[in-house]
Design a protein. Structure first.
Length: 354
Protein backbone atom coordinates (compact mmCIF):
# COMPACT_ATOMS: atom_id res chain seq x y z
CA UNK A 1 0.00 0.00 0.00
CA UNK A 2 1.34 3.41 -0.97
CA UNK A 3 1.65 5.72 2.02
CA UNK A 4 -0.44 8.87 1.91
CA UNK A 5 0.67 12.42 2.52
CA UNK A 6 -1.21 14.89 4.67
CA UNK A 7 -0.71 18.55 5.45
CA UNK A 8 1.33 18.96 8.63
CA UNK A 9 -0.61 21.00 11.18
CA UNK A 10 1.53 21.94 14.21
CA UNK A 11 -0.03 20.94 17.54
CA UNK A 12 -3.45 20.13 16.07
CA UNK A 13 -6.58 20.13 18.18
CA UNK A 14 -7.95 17.30 16.02
CA UNK A 15 -5.75 14.58 14.56
CA UNK A 16 -7.24 11.74 12.51
CA UNK A 17 -4.95 8.98 11.28
CA UNK A 18 -5.91 6.10 8.99
CA UNK A 19 -9.61 6.37 9.84
CA UNK A 20 -11.75 3.52 8.50
CA UNK A 21 -15.45 2.99 9.06
CA UNK A 22 -17.17 -0.09 7.64
CA UNK A 23 -20.77 -1.24 7.72
CA UNK A 24 -22.11 -4.71 6.87
CA UNK A 25 -25.12 -4.56 4.54
CA UNK A 26 -27.34 -7.21 2.97
CA UNK A 27 -27.19 -7.24 -0.84
CA UNK A 28 -29.69 -9.43 -2.74
CA UNK A 29 -27.90 -12.32 -4.37
CA UNK A 30 -24.61 -11.57 -2.61
CA UNK A 31 -25.47 -11.93 1.08
CA UNK A 32 -23.61 -9.75 3.57
CA UNK A 33 -21.27 -7.21 1.99
CA UNK A 34 -19.01 -4.87 3.95
CA UNK A 35 -19.04 -1.31 2.64
CA UNK A 36 -16.29 1.13 3.56
CA UNK A 37 -17.90 4.51 4.21
CA UNK A 38 -14.61 6.12 5.29
CA UNK A 39 -11.42 4.76 3.73
CA UNK A 40 -8.07 5.47 5.41
CA UNK A 41 -8.49 9.20 5.95
CA UNK A 42 -5.76 11.33 7.54
CA UNK A 43 -6.77 14.81 8.66
CA UNK A 44 -5.59 17.46 11.14
CA UNK A 45 -7.26 20.66 12.36
CA UNK A 46 -5.36 23.34 14.24
CA UNK A 47 -6.83 25.16 17.27
CA UNK A 48 -8.99 28.07 16.11
CA UNK A 49 -9.10 26.81 12.52
CA UNK A 50 -12.24 26.29 10.44
CA UNK A 51 -11.92 23.17 8.27
CA UNK A 52 -14.50 22.41 5.59
CA UNK A 53 -15.40 18.98 4.22
CA UNK A 54 -17.11 18.92 0.83
CA UNK A 55 -18.23 16.23 -1.59
CA UNK A 56 -21.32 14.59 -2.99
CA UNK A 57 -23.88 12.84 -0.79
CA UNK A 58 -22.50 9.50 0.31
CA UNK A 59 -18.86 10.58 0.15
CA UNK A 60 -18.33 9.89 3.87
CA UNK A 61 -18.32 13.42 5.32
CA UNK A 62 -20.97 12.92 7.99
CA UNK A 63 -19.72 9.42 8.84
CA UNK A 64 -16.26 10.88 9.52
CA UNK A 65 -17.84 13.49 11.80
CA UNK A 66 -19.87 10.86 13.64
CA UNK A 67 -16.68 8.87 14.28
CA UNK A 68 -14.94 12.03 15.52
CA UNK A 69 -17.79 12.69 17.98
CA UNK A 70 -17.80 9.01 18.96
CA UNK A 71 -21.46 8.70 17.96
CA UNK A 72 -20.31 5.57 16.13
CA UNK A 73 -17.14 3.57 16.72
CA UNK A 74 -14.44 3.60 14.07
CA UNK A 75 -13.48 0.28 12.49
CA UNK A 76 -9.80 1.20 12.39
CA UNK A 77 -7.53 4.18 12.82
CA UNK A 78 -6.98 6.74 15.54
CA UNK A 79 -8.76 9.98 16.43
CA UNK A 80 -7.29 12.47 18.89
CA UNK A 81 -8.94 15.59 20.28
CA UNK A 82 -6.76 17.85 22.44
CA UNK A 83 -4.25 15.01 22.71
CA UNK A 84 -6.76 12.43 23.97
CA UNK A 85 -7.62 9.29 22.00
CA UNK A 86 -11.34 9.40 21.24
CA UNK A 87 -11.42 5.89 19.81
CA UNK A 88 -10.36 4.21 23.06
CA UNK A 89 -11.79 6.61 25.66
CA UNK A 90 -14.42 5.24 28.03
CA UNK A 91 -16.30 6.31 31.12
CA UNK A 92 -15.16 9.54 32.72
CA UNK A 93 -12.52 10.20 30.05
CA UNK A 94 -15.07 10.00 27.23
CA UNK A 95 -17.51 12.13 29.20
CA UNK A 96 -14.84 14.80 29.63
CA UNK A 97 -13.95 14.66 25.94
CA UNK A 98 -17.56 15.19 24.93
CA UNK A 99 -17.57 18.47 26.84
CA UNK A 100 -14.83 19.65 24.48
CA UNK A 101 -16.70 18.86 21.23
CA UNK A 102 -20.28 19.67 20.36
CA UNK A 103 -22.40 19.46 17.20
CA UNK A 104 -24.92 21.59 15.33
CA UNK A 105 -27.13 19.41 13.14
CA UNK A 106 -28.55 20.00 9.67
CA UNK A 107 -32.25 20.04 10.65
CA UNK A 108 -32.69 22.82 13.21
CA UNK A 109 -36.28 21.92 14.08
CA UNK A 110 -35.72 18.16 14.23
CA UNK A 111 -32.67 18.59 16.48
CA UNK A 112 -34.82 20.08 19.27
CA UNK A 113 -37.22 18.14 21.50
CA UNK A 114 -40.68 19.51 20.58
CA UNK A 115 -41.96 18.97 24.14
CA UNK A 116 -39.23 20.95 25.87
CA UNK A 117 -39.00 24.71 26.35
CA UNK A 118 -36.04 26.58 24.89
CA UNK A 119 -34.64 27.33 28.35
CA UNK A 120 -34.52 23.63 29.19
CA UNK A 121 -33.01 22.71 25.81
CA UNK A 122 -30.09 25.08 26.40
CA UNK A 123 -29.80 24.18 30.09
CA UNK A 124 -29.65 20.41 29.54
CA UNK A 125 -25.87 20.24 28.90
CA UNK A 126 -25.26 22.37 32.00
CA UNK A 127 -27.40 20.11 34.17
CA UNK A 128 -25.72 17.00 32.78
CA UNK A 129 -22.09 18.10 32.93
CA UNK A 130 -21.89 21.01 35.39
CA UNK A 131 -22.87 21.45 39.01
CA UNK A 132 -24.66 24.79 38.93
CA UNK A 133 -27.45 26.26 41.00
CA UNK A 134 -30.79 27.06 39.38
CA UNK A 135 -29.96 30.76 39.47
CA UNK A 136 -26.57 30.22 37.86
CA UNK A 137 -28.10 27.99 35.19
CA UNK A 138 -30.78 30.55 34.36
CA UNK A 139 -28.21 33.32 34.11
CA UNK A 140 -26.03 31.22 31.84
CA UNK A 141 -28.96 30.30 29.58
CA UNK A 142 -30.03 33.94 29.33
CA UNK A 143 -26.50 34.97 28.40
CA UNK A 144 -26.23 32.22 25.76
CA UNK A 145 -29.52 33.19 24.14
CA UNK A 146 -28.47 36.82 24.07
CA UNK A 147 -25.18 35.80 22.48
CA UNK A 148 -26.94 34.05 19.58
CA UNK A 149 -29.42 36.89 19.07
CA UNK A 150 -32.49 35.62 20.91
CA UNK A 151 -34.49 37.50 23.52
CA UNK A 152 -35.39 36.39 27.03
CA UNK A 153 -38.99 35.97 25.82
CA UNK A 154 -37.88 33.01 23.69
CA UNK A 155 -37.00 30.99 26.80
CA UNK A 156 -40.55 29.75 27.37
CA UNK A 157 -41.24 28.81 23.75
CA UNK A 158 -41.00 25.39 22.13
CA UNK A 159 -39.60 24.44 18.73
CA UNK A 160 -42.94 24.69 16.87
CA UNK A 161 -43.26 28.30 18.03
CA UNK A 162 -39.96 29.32 16.44
CA UNK A 163 -38.79 29.89 12.88
CA UNK A 164 -36.11 27.66 11.36
CA UNK A 165 -33.45 30.31 11.92
CA UNK A 166 -34.48 30.76 15.55
CA UNK A 167 -34.35 27.00 16.09
CA UNK A 168 -30.82 26.92 14.70
CA UNK A 169 -29.82 29.75 17.04
CA UNK A 170 -31.15 27.69 19.96
CA UNK A 171 -29.14 24.69 18.73
CA UNK A 172 -26.00 26.85 18.54
CA UNK A 173 -26.62 28.18 22.05
CA UNK A 174 -26.98 24.61 23.32
CA UNK A 175 -23.71 23.64 21.61
CA UNK A 176 -21.92 26.58 23.22
CA UNK A 177 -23.24 25.91 26.73
CA UNK A 178 -20.22 23.90 27.88
CA UNK A 179 -17.71 26.23 26.19
CA UNK A 180 -16.34 23.52 23.88
CA UNK A 181 -13.14 23.81 21.89
CA UNK A 182 -14.56 22.12 18.78
CA UNK A 183 -17.88 22.59 17.00
CA UNK A 184 -18.93 20.13 14.30
CA UNK A 185 -21.31 21.91 11.92
CA UNK A 186 -23.19 19.43 9.76
CA UNK A 187 -24.87 21.43 6.97
CA UNK A 188 -25.93 24.12 9.49
CA UNK A 189 -27.59 26.38 6.91
CA UNK A 190 -28.93 24.04 4.20
CA UNK A 191 -32.48 23.90 5.63
CA UNK A 192 -32.80 27.68 5.97
CA UNK A 193 -33.91 30.50 3.69
CA UNK A 194 -31.10 32.36 1.92
CA UNK A 195 -31.37 35.53 4.03
CA UNK A 196 -31.45 33.47 7.22
CA UNK A 197 -28.46 31.44 6.01
CA UNK A 198 -26.43 34.64 5.80
CA UNK A 199 -27.44 35.63 9.33
CA UNK A 200 -26.40 32.24 10.74
CA UNK A 201 -23.10 32.32 8.83
CA UNK A 202 -22.30 35.77 10.19
CA UNK A 203 -23.21 34.56 13.69
CA UNK A 204 -20.90 31.53 13.37
CA UNK A 205 -18.07 33.74 12.10
CA UNK A 206 -18.53 36.14 15.04
CA UNK A 207 -18.65 33.32 17.61
CA UNK A 208 -15.51 31.75 16.24
CA UNK A 209 -13.66 35.05 16.44
CA UNK A 210 -14.90 35.89 19.96
CA UNK A 211 -14.34 32.45 21.52
CA UNK A 212 -11.44 31.05 19.48
CA UNK A 213 -13.60 28.11 18.42
CA UNK A 214 -12.43 25.38 16.08
CA UNK A 215 -14.89 24.32 13.38
CA UNK A 216 -15.34 21.20 11.30
CA UNK A 217 -17.90 22.30 8.71
CA UNK A 218 -19.66 19.80 6.46
CA UNK A 219 -21.44 21.36 3.52
CA UNK A 220 -22.51 20.95 -0.10
CA UNK A 221 -22.51 24.73 -0.51
CA UNK A 222 -19.06 25.79 -1.70
CA UNK A 223 -19.91 29.43 -1.03
CA UNK A 224 -20.56 28.66 2.64
CA UNK A 225 -17.28 26.77 2.89
CA UNK A 226 -15.37 29.54 1.12
CA UNK A 227 -16.78 32.14 3.52
CA UNK A 228 -16.23 30.33 6.81
CA UNK A 229 -13.25 28.01 6.30
CA UNK A 230 -9.46 28.36 6.29
CA UNK A 231 -8.83 24.94 4.74
CA UNK A 232 -10.90 22.52 2.71
CA UNK A 233 -10.86 18.75 2.32
CA UNK A 234 -12.63 17.16 -0.66
CA UNK A 235 -13.99 13.63 -0.15
CA UNK A 236 -15.04 11.12 -2.78
CA UNK A 237 -16.28 7.58 -2.04
CA UNK A 238 -14.87 7.68 1.48
CA UNK A 239 -11.44 9.01 0.55
CA UNK A 240 -9.80 12.41 0.87
CA UNK A 241 -8.82 13.36 -2.71
CA UNK A 242 -7.73 16.99 -2.24
CA UNK A 243 -6.90 19.27 0.67
CA UNK A 244 -5.58 22.79 0.88
CA UNK A 245 -6.21 26.44 1.78
CA UNK A 246 -9.78 27.43 1.00
CA UNK A 247 -8.96 30.23 -1.40
CA UNK A 248 -6.30 28.33 -3.29
CA UNK A 249 -8.35 25.14 -3.53
CA UNK A 250 -11.52 26.80 -4.80
CA UNK A 251 -9.84 29.36 -7.06
CA UNK A 252 -7.42 26.92 -8.69
CA UNK A 253 -8.58 23.35 -7.92
CA UNK A 254 -6.15 20.55 -8.69
CA UNK A 255 -8.03 17.26 -8.55
CA UNK A 256 -10.44 16.60 -11.46
CA UNK A 257 -13.25 15.84 -9.01
CA UNK A 258 -12.81 19.21 -7.26
CA UNK A 259 -12.91 20.92 -10.64
CA UNK A 260 -16.05 18.99 -11.50
CA UNK A 261 -17.72 20.13 -8.25
CA UNK A 262 -16.98 23.75 -9.10
CA UNK A 263 -18.19 23.37 -12.66
CA UNK A 264 -21.45 21.82 -11.48
CA UNK A 265 -22.49 24.92 -9.54
CA UNK A 266 -25.67 26.59 -10.82
CA UNK A 267 -25.05 29.58 -13.06
CA UNK A 268 -26.06 32.97 -11.65
CA UNK A 269 -25.43 34.98 -14.85
CA UNK A 270 -27.31 32.85 -17.37
CA UNK A 271 -24.12 31.36 -18.82
CA UNK A 272 -24.28 27.59 -18.94
CA UNK A 273 -21.48 25.84 -17.05
CA UNK A 274 -19.37 23.21 -18.79
CA UNK A 275 -20.17 19.75 -17.42
CA UNK A 276 -16.98 17.87 -16.55
CA UNK A 277 -18.42 14.70 -15.07
CA UNK A 278 -21.29 12.41 -15.94
CA UNK A 279 -23.09 9.63 -14.16
CA UNK A 280 -23.61 8.88 -10.51
CA UNK A 281 -21.09 8.09 -7.77
CA UNK A 282 -20.30 4.36 -7.66
CA UNK A 283 -22.04 2.02 -5.26
CA UNK A 284 -20.09 1.38 -2.08
CA UNK A 285 -21.12 -2.28 -2.34
CA UNK A 286 -18.99 -2.56 -5.50
CA UNK A 287 -16.48 0.31 -5.51
CA UNK A 288 -14.16 0.78 -8.50
CA UNK A 289 -10.64 -0.61 -8.39
CA UNK A 290 -7.70 1.75 -8.63
CA UNK A 291 -8.69 5.40 -8.53
CA UNK A 292 -12.29 5.53 -7.30
CA UNK A 293 -13.03 8.50 -9.59
CA UNK A 294 -11.65 6.96 -12.81
CA UNK A 295 -15.01 5.77 -14.29
CA UNK A 296 -16.26 9.39 -14.30
CA UNK A 297 -12.99 11.25 -14.85
CA UNK A 298 -12.79 13.62 -17.83
CA UNK A 299 -9.03 14.07 -17.35
CA UNK A 300 -8.37 10.35 -17.79
CA UNK A 301 -10.15 10.52 -21.14
CA UNK A 302 -7.92 13.43 -22.24
CA UNK A 303 -4.57 12.05 -21.11
CA UNK A 304 -5.06 8.31 -21.49
CA UNK A 305 -3.29 5.64 -19.38
CA UNK A 306 -6.60 3.94 -18.48
CA UNK A 307 -4.90 0.83 -17.09
CA UNK A 308 -3.04 2.66 -14.34
CA UNK A 309 -6.14 4.62 -13.29
CA UNK A 310 -8.22 1.44 -13.13
CA UNK A 311 -5.70 -0.64 -11.20
CA UNK A 312 -3.59 1.68 -9.00
CA UNK A 313 -5.03 3.94 -6.31
CA UNK A 314 -3.19 7.30 -6.35
CA UNK A 315 -1.66 8.60 -3.13
CA UNK A 316 -2.06 12.13 -1.85
CA UNK A 317 0.93 14.21 -2.92
CA UNK A 318 1.95 17.88 -2.75
CA UNK A 319 1.01 20.09 -5.69
CA UNK A 320 2.30 23.41 -4.39
CA UNK A 321 0.83 26.26 -2.29
CA UNK A 322 0.01 23.89 0.57
CA UNK A 323 -2.34 21.74 -1.52
CA UNK A 324 -2.26 17.96 -1.67
CA UNK A 325 -4.22 15.85 -4.13
CA UNK A 326 -4.56 12.21 -5.16
CA UNK A 327 -4.31 11.92 -8.94
CA UNK A 328 -1.91 10.11 -11.30
CA UNK A 329 -1.81 13.14 -13.59
CA UNK A 330 -0.25 15.46 -11.02
CA UNK A 331 3.41 16.09 -11.66
CA UNK A 332 4.85 15.69 -8.17
CA UNK A 333 5.18 19.32 -7.08
CA UNK A 334 3.50 20.72 -10.20
CA UNK A 335 -0.05 21.53 -11.29
CA UNK A 336 -2.46 19.43 -13.26
CA UNK A 337 -1.22 18.72 -16.76
CA UNK A 338 -4.48 19.69 -18.45
CA UNK A 339 -6.53 22.69 -17.42
CA UNK A 340 -10.31 22.58 -17.11
CA UNK A 341 -12.97 25.25 -17.55
CA UNK A 342 -14.00 25.30 -13.90
CA UNK A 343 -14.51 28.95 -12.91
CA UNK A 344 -13.48 29.97 -9.39
CA UNK A 345 -16.08 30.56 -6.73
CA UNK A 346 -16.72 34.06 -5.45
CA UNK A 347 -14.94 34.83 -2.20
CA UNK A 348 -17.17 37.68 -1.03
CA UNK A 349 -19.15 37.04 2.17
CA UNK A 350 -22.93 36.87 2.24
CA UNK A 351 -24.56 40.29 2.35
CA UNK A 352 -27.14 40.71 5.09
CA UNK A 353 -28.31 43.32 7.53
CA UNK A 354 -28.60 41.86 11.00
Amino acid sequence: MTPTTTVDVPDPLVRIEGLVKEYPVQVPGRGTVVIRAVDRVDLSIAPGEAYGLVGESGSGKTTLARCLLRLVDATAGRIEVAGHDVTTANGAELRALRREMQVVFQDPVGSLDPRVRVSDVVAEPLRTHRRMSSRETEARVTALLDEVGLARTHMTRRAHELSGGQCQRVAIARALALRPKLLVLDEPTSALDVSVQAQILNLLADLRREHGLTYLLISHDLGVVRYLCDRIGVMYVGRLVEEGPAGRTLEAPTHPYTRALLASRPSVDGVEQVSLVRGEPPSLTAPPTGCSFHPRCWLRAQLGDPVRCATEAPALQPTGSGVIAACHFIDGAGPMAVSAPAPPIASSPPQVTQ
